[in-house]
Design a binder for this molecule. Sequence first.
Ligand code: TRP
Length: 335
Amino acid sequence: MSGMRATGQLHIGHYLGVLKNWIRLQHEYDCYFAVADWHMLTTGSDKTDPLRDNTRDIVLDWLAAGVDPNKATIYVQSAVLETAELFLLLSMITPVNWMQRDPTLKDMIRDLKMAEDTVGHGLLGYPALQTADILGVMGDLVPVGRDQVAHIEISRDIARRFNHLYGVDYFPEPRPLLTDTPVVVGVDGRKMSKSYGNDIKLADGPEQVQSKIMASVTDPARIKKTDFGHPEVCAVYAMWEMLGREKAPEVAELCRKAEIGCVQDKKALAAHINEILAPMQERRRELATNPGMLEDIIASGNAKARATTRETVERVREIMKLNRFSESGKPVFGA
Ligand code: TRP
């Protein structure tokens, strides 16, 4: 099970850091992939204007990248109301200080420059909501980016605590799964992130890719083309290592010997990236012409995720010995 917040267009970092694993795992596991629209509210409850379009766009990005709706269940978090119930119940057994210690939450609060008194109850509960997503479908492997690992550790703790408190062996203890490029470098050499403005979107056309790569930073000590380069300090080379591992050693060699200039190198990288993106963009254009198909994919994913999560929640109610009601709403007392 995994998910992404619906906050806008995906970039190469999402692809290399997360989606590659989704695409691989869908052949081996019963996968559930959610658009986490409730999670988006934890920091953007006043910025919902683009939410519906973002939801469509992110699913299009997933499909274009190779997530196969015939193999994996693609759904929208908020269509599974049972997740909210599970979130509430799990919240009862989750100590507040587990959340307060979560380094990823601390980073989010710092990066968004949030004053402490603006951190909402919902944001504090972020890892518990994520846990409800995962445990609702009995997820054990969670393919995510490195920033999510701290959350998944809390999910493990919550699952373990539930099992311990109620003396059951019900919930799996979810484990995070990273790709071989868990941290993707952007055009300025920092971690690729929309908020740093250093990302290359999966939807960027050839000119956009070219101009972003042309503006990227190389070895600052290499002023003239005849200067020997140092690939290890160059953002362009870092991108070669991530995106064109088979070509990287040759590029490094040419750069060190000053046999290739930065401009030429950048052009080659841009062309290479465009080759990777072109088939995705082609698929995306095709998919976008058939909105009914997209709606059907999400509808059937929603139904499946909902049925699975409902089963989980019903079992949890039993395990926790909560009140039961008959079809007509009458309480069923006693053990
Ligand atoms: N927090 C994740 C992110 O920001 C999104 C997410 C929501 C998620 N629910 C999840 C990831 C469940 C893994 C499992 O990308």
